[in-house]
Ligand binder design. Structure first.
Ligand SMILES: *Cc1c(COP(=O)(O)O)cnc(C)c1O
Length: 418
């Protein structure tokens, strides 16, 4: 069972003398021994496990550029070039038009905050004077709330219908100060793709900014489609979509600290740039909130994209879909009902009589770190290629948890943050 972090005192003096790397490495291995066995596929959260080969490539690439800084494109044209290529691949996968552009950020939350900032400054340039608001379905990621908190915007959460964003109700929540409509492809709680085309029609009619949060789908859906699935239009093929967030460090299987934010038009992206100062060094122009931008994350993303290529991604994403289908069939046999019709890598399922919170604890006691929804109470899985191998083991442990539900060991607070 995963162990609990010890509570270290607040004042924890730095050792007066250093330790050798071999000693530190063995201490760190010992620390990691208490972690969830994610390499064995025991997490439905936090880690996207595409296997040892991909792990080796990204670590080597990250190490090669761990000291380089993406803040300095003139000093490191290598990183600037790799970022351009990574963004270009993302734009091509999402059918962006020729005048599109994008940027790498440190993660999904970063991409979302920057998208909101861009839409706000775009709205201000267009005459917005008072407080702006975002109109988002109940299922949109809390990163939009964070952005609203930081920028003193109002966020209007609109109830979903059959777990999907409801364009009509969202339209009634809009007013003259609405700066953004939000859709997800897919949403994290249920793994479902919102009706982006219908939302795009609202956006076009009211001249609003539609952002599609494809943080967890942007590098999965294109390959699932290439593998033959028919998905609703959700990327730049859907008219009215102005920006998309798509994380490299999720189903792109890149090292953590890497996402993309993509714009339909370069002219929109211009409102993203921070032009700060003056200070003693003049003005500081940065594309994102970050100053220092870790070269390792950019290099690892470039390396993994080129290591896998279209064929590699299609094979990995086929395993994700197979894992999801096996889990869906298995949980239905156990009496669960899948929420909505997931088509990608996330699935949630509920049970009429079993207590999902108790089942989550039972799974935890068996070494699984997975998530759950509170509303409606349901178990949640975010699946990786590795899960194709362990779907049966999960289902067996879920069945066993149903036998002992109620008596299972306690676990840390629910949810996926701490
Ligand atoms: C993961 C996720 C985010 C946030 O991304 P981070 O990289 O965790 O900051 C936003 N939206 C969706 C749909 C996500 O799955």
């Amino acid at each position: 069972m995963p162990h609990r972090a010890q509570n270290k005192p607040m004042h924890f003096p730095l050792p007066s003398t250093g330790s050798s790397w071999p000693e530190l490495e063995s201490r760190m291995r010992a620390l990691a021994s208490g972690d969830v066995k994610w390499r064995d596929g025991r997490t439905g959260l936090y880690v996207f496990n595409a296997g040892e080969e991909v792990e080796r490539v990204k670590k080597a690439a990250y190490a090669m550029f761990s000291e380089e800084n993406g803040l300095g494109p003139a000093a490191f044209p290598s990183l600037a070039g790799m970022e351009r290529e990574v963004v270009g691949h993302a734009l091509a996968l999402l059918h962006a038009p020729a005048e599109s552009d994008g940027v790498m950020t440190s993660g999904g939350t970063d991409s979302i905050v920057m998208a909101v900032k861009t839409s706000r400054d775009f709205a201000r340039a267009g005459g917005l004077a008072g407080q702006g608001n975002l109109v988002a379905p109940a299922t949109a990621h809390p990163a939009f709330d964070k952005a609203a908190m930081m920028m003193d915007l109002e966020i209007r959460r609109v109830p979903v219908r059959e777990f999907l964003a409801d364009p009509d109700t969202m339209e009634t929540a809009c007013d003259a100060n609405t700066i953004m409509l939000v859709g997800s492809a897919p949403c994290f709680p249920f793994g479902l793709i919102d009706p982006i085309e219908q939302m795009g029609a609202v956006a076009l009619r009211r001249n609003l900014w539609l952002h599609v949060d494809a943080c967890v789908g942007g590098f999965l859906a294109p390959f699932v489609e290439m593998n033959g699935a028919s998905l609703p239009a959700w990327d730049f093929r859907a008219a009215g979509v102005r920006s998309i967030s798509s994380d490299l460090h999720k189903y792109g299987y890149c090292s953590k600290g890497a996402s993309t934010l993509l714009f339909r038009d370069k002219a929109m992206k211009r409102h993203m740039t921070f032009d700060a100062g003056p200070w003693p060094m003049g003005r500081m122009l940065t594309p994102t909130l970050a100053g220092t931008r870790p070269g390792g994350a950019i290099a690892a993303a470039w390396a993994v994209l080129n290591f896998l290529g279209v064929e590699g991604y299609r094979a990995k994403q086929k395993l994700v879909v197979e894992a999801r289908e096996a889990i869906e069939a298995g949980v239905q046999k156990l009496g669960f009902r899948v929420l909505g019709k997931p088509q990608l890598g996330i699935v949630s399922f509920t049970h009429d009589s079993a207590d999902c919170a108790a089942l989550l604890r039972g799974l935890y006691a068996r070494g699984w770190i997975t998530a759950a929804n509170v509303e409606p109470p349901s178990l949640h899985l975010m699946l990786s290629p590795k899960h194709a191998e362990v779907a049966d083991a999960y289902l067996a442990d879920l069945a066993a948890s149903m036998q002992d539900a109620g008596g299972a060991a306690p676990m840390p607070a629910p949810g996926y943050g701490r």
